[in-house]
Ligand binder design. Sequence first.
Ligand code: HEM
Length: 417
Amino acid sequence: MPAIEIFDPMRPDVLKDPYPAYRALRRHRPVAELEPLGIWVVSRYADAQRVLGDPEGFSAALAFGKDATLLDDRGPVRRQLNLKFAGDAGGVVSSSDGEVHARLRRTVARLLSKPRLDVVEPAIGAHAHGVIAALAARGEHVDIVGDLAKPVAAQSIGALMELPDNVVRVLAGWADLTARALDPGDELSSVAAGPRVMRSNLASFRAVTAFLNAAARAAPGGPSGTAGSGLAGSWREADTPAAREEVILAVLQLFQAGYETIVSAVCHLMAAFVIDRPRPPGFPSGPDLSGALIEEGLRLASPVRATLRTAVGPRTVGDVQVPAGARLMVLIGSANRDERVFEEPGTALAGRRPAHLAFGAGPHRCLGRMLAHTELRYIVGALATAGAQVSSVAGARVSANILKAGYEYLPVRVAWR
Ligand code: HEM
């Protein structure tokens, strides 16, 4: 059977619950081309790990660089999903290879280091508690997405980069819009919507540039990275258009990486372990989510459900020959439910080995893991502490983004303590 008949990433109904299709792919077509989309899927754990762990064989720069789009001419509406996250001159950590990647990763790693997180953690806790206190004062009906996860995720990543509220608002709007543009059921994914998406990109570029100019003026002198977020210093030292683009893109990428993933993870953890549900056996009870439970939640519903790589030459993945230039969609959400590796893959079990791939693998492995755990503990823990009972309400809507798993709307009823 053609692989696209098993898993069609341009079908919103498949994306809303991809797990049956993932299972069938793993079984029948673990590495396969999705014709006519011109993209390959990799669905088993071992193959996903191999691709992500071999940066010389599989390029992130090519996969997310110039011309990285997914075009679908099959329906009445022409869809063009823009997968590019790279500047015309400057590089981005997730979309670069080799030495450029190593250099960019060092800079971002400083921003997400333990000492920096220790400084920002009280602000994250305060945001989470403040938002939850305001919700408790408002009443029992809460939308986990819009009322809780988005505001706290945006404020947290904003605090990390010292962004003012007006810039946080612009970037949150931009991140929401670009997420919709990667949903093949949304009007923003059509070729015709391209100019609207472009305008949002430009607005976010302008907002970040204005912020960096103001930050550099306010804190003149001193090398980058020595105080605060270090972004003002990096901006001052950027003396070419390419270097300036690099700093702007770093802010944009960090915002996007740290916003959508957290919103998705909060919703999935709430849905799996808090709403209507007792804690699964084997995990500590109580309102706080343990690190192990968070990890298992991320395995079960991986917020980054897929990432991309391009084969730089003919390569073998599993038993399949992949030609040079093949674009591979590595299905992390599928790999994390691979029954070859995880017994009862759809069930939460304590003490799983080996490690899941929700944070990726190899040299591009997520730099925001520590921040993610901190935020998730605060957001989900604070709500669970403040609400004696969180119960479901009809009407939840799952989103259909091709790269991220998440909710558009997750209504609950909270009986506040
Ligand atoms: C539960 C939350 C999160 C999940 C599941 C997640 C997942 C991932 C995955 C799968 C990758 C690798 C992508 C690839 O190989 O192409 C990645 C990379 C990355 N993540 Fe996260 N992430 C999360 C939260 C965060 C946060 C809060 C930040 C901080 C702002 C962040 C920053 C990054 C960065 C900078 C990279 C690129 C690393 C590189 O290319 O070297 N992530 N993340």
